[in-house]
Design a protein around this ligand. Structure first.
Ligand code: MRU
Length: 340
């Protein structure tokens, strides 16, 4: 199953609704700008690379709905639509990265008739997806050089197949190692409050036949103290020029505890997630989400006093000093990090 698929004949994007997993495999066929925005905001599609691929397909389908006969009208409306899509979630840079690539296609083909521009947009979106798959595989190959058979590996959130076109980023070496008999023991954090680890990572790794154990986020120190974890592999939503990395809330806790126990902490991501325009993690925009995700979601009745104030950032920044290496599709980067 493809995480994000294009049905070009129907002018629809086909995704599995990740909010329903693992209990229900519900496919969604999306065709309007509002549906595209909601799918990203509601996390029906999520994970930095998958959001980028989805946004590219969304930009193409939105362009196809144009009834403009002149370029200025077409480009003006489409550009506004892309700005709206770009406002759906602020942290993962892959969203704006993919939309910028799509905008450039229109700029580069500005002299051509609109139907030809639409063909170029479709080709670019499909290329973004193809490149993502190749990047994930390359990340997996690079990460595997750092791991030994029998290792216990910890991951946080879902940086797996469901977050990318294939293989995942943090999970790519796990899948490749599984194919090659590495016999890894994977430990996956539940990932409060939206449970991407429990609902998605545990689901996809177990389905693929990997040895996976689930624990609550607050069990990480206890788990590391047992000596069962040899390395941590996580994904990323945006990496600043100095290596500070935004990823799912709780990642920096895992990195801090890993440092305490002397366990290598690896960040895995494609070059499209590195944002050299941002100097340090302090400047990465962090998405704040609704308090209900903490107080109500997953419970049959509210689990906190009504009216209580809730702090619910969706991401945190792991300081570069806690990161052993950043594993990209182009190679492994060691400190001092300096992305340009
Ligand atoms: O809020 P989410 O589920 O989109 O957050 C996802 C993560 O934090 C992932 O670790 C990150 O996007 C990398 S996915 C390869």
């Amino acid at each position: 199953m493809e995480t994000v698929a294009l049905d070009d004949a129907a002018k629809q994007i086909v995704i599995i609704d990740q909010t329903k997993l693992p209990n229900e495999r519900r496919m969604l066929r999306l065709s309007s700008l509002k549906e595209f925005y909601d799918a990203i905001y509601l996390l029906q599609v999520r994970g930095a690379p998958a959001i980028g691929v989805f946004a590219a397909f969304a930009a193409y389908i939105d362009a196809c709905s144009t009834d403009a006969s002149d370029h200025d009208t077409f480009f003006g409306k489409w550009s506004d639509d892309l700005d709206y899509l770009n406002s759906s979630r602020p942290t993962a840079v892959n969203l704006s990265w993919a939309l910028t690539r799509m905008r450039k296609v229109v700029e580069d083909h500005a002299d051509e008739p609109i139907p030809q521009i639409l063909d170029c947009l479709r080709d670019e979106a499909l290329l973004i997806r193809k490149e993502d798959e190749a990047s994930c595989r390359a990340i997996g190959e690079n990460a595997l050089t750092l791991l030994k058979p029998g290792y216990g590996l910890l991951t946080h959130c879902n940086a797996g197949c469901l977050a990318t076109s294939r293989y995942g980023t943090a999970t790519a070496a796990m899948y490749l190692g599984h194919e090659r008999g590495y016999d890894f023991h994977i430990y996956c954090d539940e990932t409060r409050p939206l449970l991407q680890g429990a609902r998605l990572t545990a689901f996809e790794l177990a389905e693929a036949g990997l040895d996976v154990t689930l624990q609550c986020d607050n069990m990480v120190a206890s788990l590391m103290a047992t000596g069962k974890i040899d390395a941590v592999l996580v994904g990323c939503d945006r990496v600043a020029a100095n290596g500070d990395t935004a990823n799912k809330i709780g990642t920096s806790v895992v990195a801090t505890v890993a440092k305490h126990y002397g366990i290598p902490f690896y960040v895995c991501g494609p070059m499209s997630t590195i944002d050299p325009s941002i100097e340090t993690g302090a400047d990465i925009p962090i998405e704040q989400r609704k308090g209900e995700e903490v107080t109500d979601m997953w419970y049959s009745s509210r689990m906190a006093p009504s009216g209580i104030k809730v702090y619910n950032p969706a991401f945190d920044v792991t300081d570069h000093s806690l990161i052993t290496a950043i594993i990209t599709d182009r190679g492994i980067c060691y400190p001092p990090f300096c992305f340009t």
